[in-house]
Structure formats: structure tokens, C-alpha cells
Design a protein around this ligand. Structure first.
Ligand SMILES: Cc1cc2nc3c(=O)[nH]c(=O)nc-3n(C[C@H](O)[C@H](O)[C@H](O)COP(=O)(O)O)c2cc1C
Length: 181
């Protein structure tokens, strides 16, 4: 079975990136994959300082182990100053080729302003650098404050369809590239 792990790079209580990650995870699960969401708001992660191990922070190992076991990744980021949030970048910096190489990744960004691809393009470069395979389908949610209902569901049908295509591509391509069902 395809194993997917997802993280979102916002620590905000009512984060739309976390909501978007949840929507994507549900769609991917519906296609028969096993999905684990690691909520970075509930984890204690230090800033990466280049060490191999962080014995005082067991959540680093938890993060690394979950990514190492996964075939596919869902990475959701708020757009912060035209790029990936520091929270997501730091979580990725705490990992290395062992956890990230060869993994198939789907990328989502969430913005307060108009939808664009800035953070997604930067995230694509980061994933290329660690030899991940990023699927071409991606989702950018502009003006995220009006994208979700109070139940966390997407309000726009077209955006919802985009999540379906994103999930289908992530599961199909993970199966192909990782040789798993
Ligand atoms: C430090 C910071 C920088 C931001 N930069 C941008 C930006 O460059 N473009 C944009 O559209 N929104 C920007 N925003 C707005 C956030 O993308 C928006 O509030 C988003 O919903 C935050 O994600 P979250 O809901 O997951 O916390 C910024 C917000 C913060 C706190």
C-alpha cells in the first residue's frame, strides 16, 4: 500500500495550510493510500543547526522516521514574503537524503493575497535538491480566508476538483515511481 506523510508549515491555530493538508490527505486516503499527518503545531522541533542528531528533541526522530517510511509526501506551505514559510523549510532542513530522496511529493500553497506559484516554485527547487520527484499537479489557494467553510470544507467546486486531480496524480505517480500498490 502507498504510504504518504503530510506536513504543513504553519503553526497558526486556525491555519488554512493545515486545513488544505487535511483536504488533500482525505482525497489521497480515498484512493487507497495510507496517510499520516504530522501536525507541526504539536511537535517540538529545534532550529536546524547542521547536527546529525538532536537527542533533546525526540520529535526530530519522529519526523525523520515518518518521512523515511513514506513513499509519497504532501507538503503544504503558507506563502510568507513570496516564498516557503520558515517552519516548513526548517522541518525539511532537519531531514536529509535518507528521508527525502526518491520520494514523490505533491505541493500546496496557501496565500492571503492572489494565487501565484512563488512558494510552490521555491519548494520545487528544494525538493529537486534532495532528489525528490515533484508531481506537476499543484494547488495554490489564493485569498485563503474565503476558501473554506466553517467545517473546513472547500467552498469552490473548481478548487475542489483541483484537489482531486492532485490526489490522483500523487497516488498514481507514487505507485509508478516507488513500485508499490
Ligand atoms: C510573515 C508573513 C508573510 C506573508 N507573506 C505573504 C505573501 O508574500 N503573499 C501572500 O499572499 N500572503 C502572505 N501572507 C499571508 C499568509 O499567506 C496568509 O495569512 C496565510 O493564510 C497564512 O497561512 P496559514 O493560514 O496556514 O497560517 C503572509 C503572512 C505572514 C505572517
Amino acid at each position: 500500500m502507498v504510504k504518504v506523510v503530510g506536513i504543513a508549515g504553519s503553526l497558526r491555530a486556525d491555519s488554512y495550510s493545515q486545513m488544505a493538508l487535511k483536504v488533500a490527505a482525505q482525497r489521497v486516503q480515498a484512493l487507497g493510500a495510507e496517510v499520516e499527518i504530522l501536525d507541526l503545531r504539536q511537535m517540538e522541533l529545534p532550529f536546524c543547526d547542521g547536527r546529525d542528531e538532536y537527542p533533546d528533541f525526540p520529535d526530530v526522530k519522529r519526523l525523520q522516521d515518518a518521512f523515511q517510511k513514506a513513499d509519497g509526501l504532501i507538503l503544504a506551505t503558507p506563502e510568507y514574503h513570496g516564498s516557503v514559510s520558515g517552519v516548513l523549510k526548517n522541518a525539511l532542513d532537519l531531514m536529509s537524503f535518507d528521508q527525502l530522496s526518491g520520494k514523490v511529493a505533491g505541493l500546496i500553497s496557501v496565500l492571503g493575497g492572489q494565487s501565484n506559484s512563488n512558494a510552490l516554485n521555491d519548494l520545487r527547487i528544494i525538493m529537486r535538491w534532495v532528489h525528490g520527484w515533484v508531481i506537476p499537479e499543484q494547488v495554490a489557494i489564493g485569498q485563503a480566508w474565503q476558501a473554506f467553510g466553517s467545517d473546513g470544507k472547500l467552498l469552490d467546486d473548481k478548487l475542489s476538483q483541483r484537489f482531486d486531480q492532485f490526489a490522483q496524480s500523487l497516488v498514481d505517480n507514487t505507485r509508478k515511481l516507488r513500485g508499490v500498490n
